[in-house]
Design a protein around this ligand. Structure first.
Ligand SMILES: Cc1cc2nc3c(=O)[nH]c(=O)nc-3n(C[C@H](O)[C@H](O)[C@H](O)COP(=O)(O)O)c2cc1C
Ligand code: SF4
Ligand code: SF4
Length: 268
């Protein structure tokens, strides 16, 4: 198969998933890299994309131990025909639980053949200076590990005569995926500190679910917001915040209890 041309398909509101896929592709030494960015709302209505011959790297963030829900229908607009895939989840140093096995099941259903899987660590969406959670990751070491993973994938593919069902690598995780009650979070959203806001509109352009509109003030659709923190991290004046007592409590707990550095895990 052709590994000189790879496709990267990802949902990545704060960019850590994209960085890791890029690192893996560089390690693979591919001559051409095509990005299929599923982060913004237009990915919900894009034309169905058929992928046959090129190797595909698919990546999503872990939300509550699962594949970020918004990514699923967007991934489902990709169609494959026994196309080899590398699947990757990014998590904020707590745990990836059933996200990788869920991504494996989703991609297999779409016709991909996941032949290598990885769980990498990125700065937690709710991290800040006072509440560190893998701040600054993926760092140099993580990117080096992503590149090494890419090198190993190249060696693996070169050593295979054929890629078929027997080449599949099933990652760890439960078949009945973990289910958390998130009803209390359903109407929580990022908000704006109006006196710090210049109405520049950057947050609206970054929002993966189109939850932000700019009028005489910034308006946020609380129900649509998935709390991805893209607007918080991308606001040039620091005016966007997620400042809710319940979310702060959970985020502080994660920060306090999951400080030990977790390392990327690969399955191949
Ligand atoms: C709603 C939500 C839930 C999350 N749940 C988890 C989790 O269960 N475990 C974890 O380690 N990180 C969790 N994270 C952190 C993200 O997985 C992490 O920040 C990831 O790197 C974000 O990817 P991105 O930069 O591609 O958007 C969560 C983040 C959000 C926004
Ligand atoms: S990015 Fe920040 S400053 Fe710009 S409109 Fe949004 S909240 Fe206001
Ligand atoms: S409004 Fe919500 S969904 Fe949109 S970018 Fe901000 S945190 Fe993410």
């Amino acid at each position: 198969m052709n590994i000189e041309a790879v496709k990267l398909a990802y949902f990545s509101p704060t960019g850590t998933t994209r960085k890791i896929l890029q690192g893996i592709a560089e390690g693979l030494g591919a001559e051409s890299i095509e990005h299929i960015d599923l982060t913004l709302p237009e990915a919900d209505t894009r034309e169905l994309k058929e992928i046959r011959d090129d190797l595909v790297l698919l990546g999503v963030p872990v939300y509550e131990g699962r594949v970020a829900r918004t990514a699923i229908p967007r991934l489902q607009r990709l169609k494959a025909d026994k196309t080899p895939a590398i699947i990757v989840v990014l998590y904020g140093n707590r745990d990836f639980e059933d996200a990788l096995i869920e991504l494996y099941d989703i991609t297999k259903e779409l016709g991909f053949l996941p032949i290598a899987c990885g769980a990498f660590v990125g700065e937690h969406s709710f991290a800040n200076e006072n509440r560190p959670m893998a701040n600054g990751r993926p760092d140099f070491e993580d990117i080096m590990k992503a590149k090494e993973f890419g090198l190993k994938i190249r060696a693996k593919i070169n050593g295979l005569d054929v890629i078929d069902e027997s080449s599949l690598i099933k990652p760890p995780g439960n078949t009945t995926y973990i289910e958390r009650d998130r009803s209390a979070m359903a109407d929580k959203a990022a908000t704006t500190v109006e006196e710090d806001c210049t109405l520049c509109g950057d947050c609206a352009l970054l929002c993966p679910v189109g939850a932000i509109t700019i009028e005489d003030v910034v308006k946020t659709d609380n129900v649509a917001c998935i709390l991805c923190n893209a607007c918080v991290k991308g606001c040039p004046t620091g005016a966007r915040v997620v400042d809710d007592p319940m979310i702060n409590k959970i985020a502080n707990w994660v920060s306090k209890n999951f400080q030990a550095r977790r390392e990327p895990e690969i399955f191949m």
